[in-house]
Design a protein around this ligand. Structure first.
Ligand code: FAD
Ligand code: N01
Length: 541
């Protein structure tokens, strides 16, 4: 619990936690249990983070909910049962509300409060956070649990403000019901958010026009009850299942395939592929086919070709099928999507695909969207245009001013620099949950979030016991971590795609593979080793 406002008018706490999503909630719980006072600061009016904001039709998780759940309390695991293999946004939000109630977390959170700036004071060795409402916050430790996909990308399309109809952002969907019945609707974008919402919007709208710049790979979710084999595997030994996930590459306990593509016949490869297709699971398709699928272009092309066949098998119009077929990036180098009836939607008479590679958007007008070759008048535009990912929510706090007054924006001018994706040299006592340079979005986020929350809380407790009050990464350690990240990213194919993983989706953003590509298990081992070797790479005072 935080102290009331002090003489300076600031509210004092040991730790300020920005964000009340999966990360912020677990962190608040752990800090409280450790006897540290904490205050949560959240822009939204309730808990949930991603699942509070992304209320668009069809929003679901794409990691099976058996894996996409908290694992830190066995009693909590027993107290909640998911209704589906991939739960809907309302169910995940209910789960987070249930957790907040069960552990009485809301009382430590200031909702409707955005942190707008943060300044380190060398004299007091504290951070002072400026907030959009209420008292500023003075804290010893400042943790950005602010999300990797929480800052929607502003639409950079000319004329956006001229449109007179309804405007929606998938990442800021209204809380009130939205009804497209009888309306002409445009969706801009064909990433995961669009691919989930398009089939449902098409069922309601009089006409739906999808504006696609880059087609994505998408697999059928085959949603329904959790698969029996997965439930059995989990129930047989819950702690072992969770531990295996923690030491896996992607945070899901499936050992990757070890045969190489060239060791398999065409028939064997097809058999494995069809099995993965039927499984309706991204992690299965990304890791279970052959060992070279994620690291070698030829091994990857074999998967990608089979996936491309599937588009042609469903979409009747050959020109539309070709436009929907991804050809510009290896499978998995960009986040693939999980869909329910996505491709079949393009066989509906009320759906049109506009291929922006052939006819780019020129502008948005008062009545619709103008491309190089036509104007499409609509009543509503849905921007499914994504996020300023991984760094957007951090740099939106401006300035975050560290030692000597240097801001994070300056320190990251050429791209994010971190030590372990957890800390930044020159910014003492600042931590990020799933920050750039950690496995983060390349994993089941639950595993990565819990590992970061545990690591940070354990470090704060150890520091308190040893009488330290500040912790800061050294420049040497940070430089070394950057080099290691770059080396790892040369092994996978992520560098071959223009994606939000690399910053390429935001005009002007420095580019480079932002998440750590070495896997969550190896990463966990490194974080543990840092501790075992006396906080290697950190200066403690
Ligand atoms: P968030 O849930 O993003 O919460 C961060 C919170 O911080 C937000 O509520 C935000 O309002 C708040 N905040 C940010 N800046 C400030 C500020 N300056 N002041 C105050 N508050 C602030 N991951 C998976 O592993 N599996 C999935 O299936 C999956 N599905 C996803 C589906 C969607 C639609 C999206 C967008 C993402 C999905 N993700 C998935 C990633 C998802 O973001 C994480 O799994 C997880 O929910 C992140 O939790 P978090 O607490 O770290 O961040
Ligand atoms: O965003 P995206 P998202 N003009 O960046 C297009 C997670 N998630 O919200 O590719 C025209 O993927 C852009 O085109 P291009 C998941 O990790 C998970 O869909 O840049 N088009 C692209 O098609 C996911 O990866 C789920 O050429 C423009 C789209 O908009 C991440 O969140 C569901 C444009 C943006 O796609 C982000 O997904 C939802 C412009 N000016 C999200 N600007 C699950 O299923 C952008 N685009 C669990």
């Amino acid at each position: 619990m935080a102290n009331a406002a002090g003489a300076s008018g600031a509210q004092h706490a040991d730790v300020a936690v920005v964000g009340a999503g999966f990360a912020g909630l677990y962190l608040l719980h752990r800090l409280r249990k450790a006897g540290l006072s904490a205050i949560g600061l959240e822009s939204g009016n309730d808990v949930g983070g991603t699942w509070y904001w992304n209320r668009y039709p069809g929003a679901r998780c794409d990691i099976q909910t058996s894996d996409y759940s908290y694992t830190w309390d066995p009693e909590l695991e027993k107290a909640w049962t998911w209704s589906e293999k991939y739960a809907t946004q309302p169910e995940i939000l209910r789960y987070l509300g249930f957790v907040a109630d069960r552990y009485d977390l809301r009382r430590d959170i200031r909702f409707g409060t955005t942190v707008s700036a943060a300044t380190w004071d060398d004299g007091t060795q504290r951070w002072l956070l400026t907030t959009s409402s209420g008292a500023p916050v003075s804290c010893r430790y400042y943790v950005m649990a602010s999300g990797c996909l929480s800052a929607p990308k502003p639409p950079e399309i000319e004329g956006f403000k001229d449109f007179k109809g309804e405007v929606y952002f998938t990442g800021r969907w209204p809380h009130e019901p939205v009804d497209f019945t009888g309306k002409r609707v445009a969706v801009i974008g064909t990433g995961s958010s669009a691919i989930q919402s398009i089939p449902l919007i098409a069922q309601q709208a009089a006409h739906l026009t999808v504006f696609q710049r880059t087609p994505n790979f998408a697999l059928p979710a085959h949603n329904g009850p959790s698969p029996a084999d997965r439930v059995e595997m989990l129930q047989k030994d819950v702690p072992a299942f969770r531990e295996q996930a923690r030491w896996s590459m992607a945070g899901v306990p499936l050992p990757p395939a070890t045969d190489f593509s060239w060791q398999l016949s065409d028939a064997e490869r097809r058999e494995r592929f069809e099995k993965a297709w039927a499984a309706g699971d991204l992690v299965v398709m990304l890791t279970q086919l052959w060992a070279d699928q994620a690291v070698d272009v030829d091994g990857n092309t074999l998967v990608a070709d089979l996936l491309r066949e599937k588009v042609r098998a469903v979409v009747k119009d050959p020109e539309t099928a070709e436009a929907l077929t991804p050809r510009d990036h290896p499978f998995g180098s960009k986040r693939p999507c999980l869909d329910t009836g996505y491709y079949a939607t393009y066989n509906r008479p009320n759906v049109t695909l506009v291929n922006l590679r052939r006819e780019p958007i020129k502008s948005i007008t008062a009545s619709g969207i103008r491309t190089d070759s036509r104007t499409v008048d609509v009543d509503a535009i849905v921007f499914a245009t994504g996020f300023d990912a991984m760094t957007g929510a951090i740099t939106a706090v401006h300035p975050i001013s560290g030692r000597g007054g240097k801001s994070i924006a300056e320190a990251w001018e050429h791209g994010p620099q971190t030590y372990l994706g957890l800390t930044v040299a020159g910014f003492p006592n600042l931590f990020m949950i799933t920050g750039p340079g950690s496995p983060s979005v390349l994993s089941n986020m639950m595993v990565s979030i819990e590992q970061h929350v545990d690591w940070i809380t354990d470090r704060l407790v150890a520091m308190r016991e040893a009488g330290f009050t500040t912790i800061e990464a050294t420049d040497t350690a940070q430089d070394g971590w950057q080099r290691h990240n770059a080396d790892c990213s040369m092994i996978t194919l992520h560098r071959l795609a223009n994606t939000w993983y690399t910053g390429a989706n935001v005009p002007g953003k420095p580019q480079g593979v932002m998440p750590y590509t070495g896997g969550v298990g190896p990463y966990r081992g490194i974080c543990n080793e840092v501790v075992e070797r006396g906080m290697l790479g950190f200066r403690l005072t």
